[in-house]
Design a protein around this ligand. Structure first.
Ligand code: PLP
Length: 375
């Protein structure tokens, strides 16, 4: 048995003909940069998300950096984000000489805790970056309310939650990443909508922000060789756009397959008091980028070793909270401010999650988890 966290090969084999033909066409047309596939993907993704503007870019980290650059913030301005996330979210804040203010997360949804956002706001706060972690949205009702009250920008990091729906208590439903001022996503191969290399995109409903972002991704240039502002070079390859155009129509099916694997896991673990299965936030559909358990009094290292011996992959997302990362030492976070993240870093475990898991595989995984946990 060899059960990986993600299974891109089996997924590829089902779409191989279409993908191979499209890639060959791009090469045949030598439309490597900003080709037709990029323009069509931009349009098709904006229709799927129901958002006015999609700006493709090089990767998800670039997307976050460019989004922050578009807001015209000044060095020392504070940006609030979650302590429990992938480094990219907060790294870009620091890179631009802004001050990352980390706050603790909700113990059930793993997403930023709105109550703690309010407490972290100072006169220097300019923006909030909620991360829709593991496949469901943060509480965007509360976050937008806080942002409006304090006049803050909201950049949604939806690298792990593309395709998730958020239903507001006001009645509307929108896609993750289209609720705040700007949304950012990644098409890294293992993401829910992944290409075959690096890729990313930025979304906005704001025409002015769209203009700024479109200029920043292309050297601050609207008219060729006239540079209005400092920009970067960040593009989605045409070959990657071609792959994404094959996969976008399958995204809802892919997300449903992930949800159905999650249903299997939930059901298998429901009577085990040493395992807390991931909560599904009632306002968001969960697209299960990761299926992440909280272990109670279980030897995590031992469990991982047991699974590994049986050919089952598992992973800890994330073993070190951002406030404990060496790279952020200069910001002198107060170690006592993050009890939830600290606990999660010690107790979470993610199991294989992808679009290709069948019931036999899931049975084998869950039986082996339960066998170890029951000891
Ligand atoms: C993957 C990821 C990113 C970065 O995306 P890249 O395309 O790898 O640069 C940012 N934020 C989160 C939460 C991610 O999971």
């Amino acid at each position: 048995m060899n059960i990986p966290m993600v299974d891109l090969k089996s997924q590829y084999l089902k779409i191989k003909n279409e993908v191979d033909t499209k890639i060959a066409n791009v090469i045949d047309n030598t439309e490597f940069i900003n080709g037709t596939e990029v323009k069509l993907f931009k349009q098709e993704l904006s229709e799927y998300l129901d958002v006015r503007h999609v700006i493709p870019c090089g990767n998800g980290t670039d997307a976050l950096q460019i989004a922050l650059m578009a807001l015209g913030l000044q060095p020392g301005d504070e940006v609030i984000s979650a302590d429990f996330t992938f480094i990219a979210t907060v790294e870009t804040i620091a890179l631009l000489k802004l001050t990352p203010v980390m706050v603790d997360v909700d113990p059930h949804t793993f997403c930023i805790d709105p109550d703690r956002i309010e407490a972290a706001i100072t006169p220097k706060t300019k923006a909030i970056i909620p991360v829709h972690l593991f496949g469901q949205t943060a509480d965007m009702d509360r976050i937008m309310e806080i942002a409006e009250k304090h006049n803050l920008f909201v950049i949604e990091d939806t690298a792990q939650a593309i395709g998730s729906d958020f239903t507001s208590s006001k009645g509307w439903t929108k896609k993750a990443g289209t609720i705040g001022h700007i949304g950012c996503t990644s098409f890294f191969p293992s993401k829910n909508l992944g290409c075959y290399g690096d890729g990313g995109a930025i979304f906005t409903n704001d025409d002015n922000l769209n203009e700024k972002i479109s200029s920043i991704v292309n050297h601050g240039m609207k008219v060729r060789y006239y540079h209005d502002n400092i920009g970067v070079n960040s593009r989605l390859d045409t070959i990657q756009a071609a792959v994404l155009r094959v996969k976008l129509p399958l995204l809802d099916k892919y997300n449903a397959a992930r949800r159905s694997a999650a249903d299997y896991y939930d059901n298998a673990f429901k009577n085990c008091d040493k395992i807390i299965t991931p909560k599904r936030f009632e306002k968001s559909t969960h697209t299960f980028h990761q299926y992440t358990l909280i272990l109670k009094d279980v030897d995590r290292v031992g469990l991982q070793k047991h699974l590994s011996d049986k050919g089952i992959a598992s992973a800890v997302y994330y073993p070190v909270a951002l406030h404990n990362q060496k790279a952020f030492q200069e910001f002198k976070y107060d170690a006592g401010d993050f009890p939830v993240t600290d606990k999660l870093c010690e107790t979470v475990l993610s199991l294989p999650m992808n679009t290709e898991l069948d019931n036999d595989t899931l049975k084998y995984i869950t039986e082996n988890v339960l066998e170890f946990v029951a000891k």
